[in-house]
Ligand binder design. Structure first.
Ligand SMILES: NC(=O)c1ccc[n+]([C@@H]2O[C@H](COP(=O)([O-])OP(=O)(O)OC[C@H]3O[C@@H](n4cnc5c(N)ncnc54)[C@H](O)[C@@H]3O)[C@@H](O)[C@H]2O)c1
Ligand SMILES: O=CCCC(=O)O
Length: 491
């Protein structure tokens, strides 16, 4: 039974439960809906439309129509629209944060941080929009003049995950709109209300109808994804999510050779050298490992600690996690909330059991909590060994697993022993080592003596099976642009 949100939102009209297509709020043609549940309580918070292939195709066609005129707007106009969208997010931080916590479960403080982070991508790309440049090139033929100009790639399909239901959308929609593209956003089924609230703010910001479209689906996710990756109108797919789904979408997108950027899963190494400042390393670990209970792609997943400081650093970690307050994300005192759903809990539980069965030691936590079906205790595992599932797969939960090492080479080899390469962190006071290790790590992003690396100014993305393309930064807009060469013959 859906609960009324107006009781805890200042502006109840931000809670939208229909899809946003061509500037209008619409349901699925079939009338079907799916339910969105609060992970803290498992209580249904809303129902959203179950879009199917036909609904999706209609949204894509509207986006195509909008693209024809939007691509011709001036960069300054697009900058102002994005700026206004940004300002509206900032004016509504509290309501947006509450919607995130309601459907995603993360503590309110984390949700507020996410809204500010998400808005920062709109601000950043409002500033990038007027700074799209081409080149003047010396043609080989003296009778020709050669320039390049950047053009918007076209209608984009944006597919985002539930763990950052605001930021993973603005990090794509911001550069897409700045470049002059229109978008069809497939909101995550677990947390679609945030995306719909963002659409409402885009509407209020005056973004022309059809430029931003937000659609929802649960059971039809695969069918909707198939349309977004095969429909010839879509020229670009930007996907953030797991590596297995990324592989499927890449295969599907090959049928029409779409431009792609894929932000996929991670398995971040976090190395603490003997010469590290352990207090700094601990602060970095708490920020990296336990942010939204370990459900981020850049979470430390394998904590490699020099044997001489191994026991001490584990004790320090246990003392720190004892201060956490696990509970319903809506309570201001909560520091760590539930996991997103039962499948996430089952995976964490399986990883812990697997590690223990192969000789790992549970130093803290290790089990479900009696707070609701989606709560798992903050867990610290010691004596980890290669081959345990925690080290091989992305756990995506509150499990800190510690591996001892003896030499720098051993640490680097262990860190690089992964199919994926998104983020990596290490802590050391030796500046030569800092350069050596930063350059040796096979990842797209390195945190040196820092555990929080997310910044709209920084290029975010991975190598290996963590995907390709960069979001944020001066590079993020290129993902939504194509280069046109114009050669002019002169008489
Ligand atoms: N690299 C990054 O920037 C980044 C950021 C956040 C999350 N992630 C990754 O995302 C994963 C967690 O998110 P998730 O559980 O939502 O991932 P997921 O891959 O299951 O889903 C991501 C999105 O894709 C949709 N989806 C799933 N199957 C689809 C299909 N066949 N066609 C079209 N869409 C489909 C989902 O509904 C969701 O909207 C983790 O692996 C995490 O590391 C990566
Ligand atoms: O989950 C991955 C994204 C996290 C971030 O951008 O900080």
């Amino acid at each position: 039974m859906a609960i009324k949100a107006t009781s805890f939102l200042r502006d109840g009209s931000l809670l939208k439960t229909q899809c946003y297509v061509n500037g209008e709020w619409v349901g699925a043609a079939s009338g079907k809906t799916f339910s969105v549940d609060n992970p803290s309580t498992n209580v249904e918070v809303a129902k959203c439309p179950e879009f199917d292939e036909h609904d999706t195709e209609a949204a894509i066609e509207q986006a195509q129509e909008a693209f024809r005129s939007y691509r011709k707007t001036s960069a300054r106009t697009r900058a102002r629209l994005l700026r206004r969208w940004y300002e509206l997010m900032i004016e509504n931080v509290e309501d947006l944060a509450r919607i995130i916590t309601w459907e995603n479960g993360k503590p309110l403080a984390d949700s507020r941080t996410e809204v500010n982070y998400a808005a920062s991508f709109l601000e950043w790309f409002s500033e990038e929009a007027p700074r799209i440049y081409g080149d003047t090139i010396q043609a080989s033929n003296a009778n020709c003049r050669l320039i390049t100009q950047k053009e918007p790639v076209g209608v984009c399909g944006l597919i985002a995950p539930w763990n950052f239901p605001a930021a993973m959308i603005t990090r794509k929609a911001g550069p897409a709109l700045a470049a002059g593209c229109s978008v069809v956003v497939k909101a995550p089924a677990e947390a679609p209300l945030t995306a719909l609230a963002l659409a409402e703010l885009a509407h209020r910001a005056g973004i022309p109808k059809g430029v931003v479209n937000v659609i929802t689906a649960l059971d039809n996710t695969v069918a909707v994804g198939k349309v977004l990756t095969t429909n010839p109108i879509i020229k670009k797919v930007s996907f953030t999510g797991s590596t297995p789904v990324g592989k499927l979408l890449m295969q599907q997108s090959s049928s029409t050779l779409k431009k792609l950027s894929f932000e996929l899963g991670g398995n971040a190494p976090f190395i603490v050298f003997e010469d590290a400042d352990l207090d700094v390393a601990l602060a970095g670990l708490i920020a990296s490992k336990f942010r939204i209970s370990g459900q981020t792609c850049v979470c430390a997943n394998r904590i490699l600690v020099h044997r001489n400081v191994y026991d001490k650093f584990i004790s320090m970690t246990v003392e720190a996690v004892k201060q956490f307050r696990i509970g319903d994300g809506m309570a201001e005192t909560t520091t760590h909330g539930p996991l997103i759903h039962g499948r996430a809990i089952a995976k964490v539980e399986e990883h812990v059991k697997d590690a223990v069965s192969k000789g790992a030691r549970v130093v803290h936590g290790g089990k479900r909590l009696d707070l609701g079906s989606n709560f798992f205790d903050i867990t610290v595992l010691a004596d980890m060994k290669p081959g345990m599932k925690v080290g091989v797969e992305e756990t995506f939960g509150p499990v800190a697993s510690f591996y001892p090492f003896d030499t720098e080479k051993e640490a680097i080899d262990m860190a690089n022993d992964s199919e994926v390469g998104l983020a990596g962190y290490f802590f050391s006071k030796d500046s030569s080592r800092c350069w050596r290790v930063a350059e040796a790590l096979e990842v797209g992003m390195v945190g040196v003596n820092v555990g929080a690396i997310s910044d709209p100014a920084a290029p975010f993305g991975g190598v290996k099976q963590s995907g390709f393309g960069r979001e944020g930064s001066k590079y993020g807009i290129d993902e939504f642009l194509v280069t046109k060469m114009i050669m002019t013959g002169i008489q």
